[in-house]
Design a protein around this ligand. Structure first.
Ligand code: INI
Length: 158
């Protein structure tokens, strides 16, 4: 890229950031692992434990509603949404996954804050566990890093 083009990067320093986490209990074995990954990454990147607020919800369908309430708060800079929707034998999966995606996106748009989509949508438990740190990456950790970078990007653009 030419040197006279302005570039904006978001730093990965989370010092002083206040982060809300919406954590779904449904498929708790998976979502618990997602949370562990997110907590570890937040703290590694400088977020203070006392600046993390975790709200527990029954299932992914309820995540967006609570994410919206968190994003509305002046003392929250970003929200990380963690859930796991695993396909069963009925179309229920599609409704739950669609509502989670729609309402999480809407919360971000409504409040102009990062509301990060950490809801796994998988065919089976194995696929979900693999993405929750059992093999390879942990989506929760990835979401925590994304939240920190996005907060810093928005600040850099103000
Ligand atoms: N919630 C999930 O988070 N994951 C699922 O896989 C799931 N399935 O498959 O049913 C699920 N259902 C519950 C849903 O999120 C709501 O809590 C429930 O429908 C009450 O509104």
């Amino acid at each position: 890229m030419r040197s006279d083009i302005r570039e904006v990067h978001g730093s990965m320093d989370g010092t002083g950031q206040r982060v809300g986490v919406v954590l779904s209990r449904f498929n708790g074995l998976v979502t618990g692992q997602l949370y562990e990954g997110a907590e570890d990454a937040l703290i590694r990147h400088g977020v203070s434990p006392s600046d993390i607020t975790v709200v527990h919800v029954p299932g992914a369908f309820e995540i967006g509603l609570v994410a919206r309430a968190l994003a509305a708060r002046d003392d929250i800079d970003a929200v990380i949404c963690l859930g796991a929707v695993i396909r069963g034998e009925t179309p229920h999966f599609d409704y739950v996954a669609a509502e989670a995606a729609k309402s999480i996106g809407a919360a971000s748009e409504r409040f102009g804050k990062p509301v990060i989509f950490g809801v796994l949508t998988t065919e089976n438990v194995d696929q979900a566990l693999q993405r929750a740190g059992v093999k390879g990456g942990n989506k929760g950790a990835e979401c925590a890093q994304t939240a920190i970078e996005a907060v810093n990007l928005l600040r850099a653009l103000q």
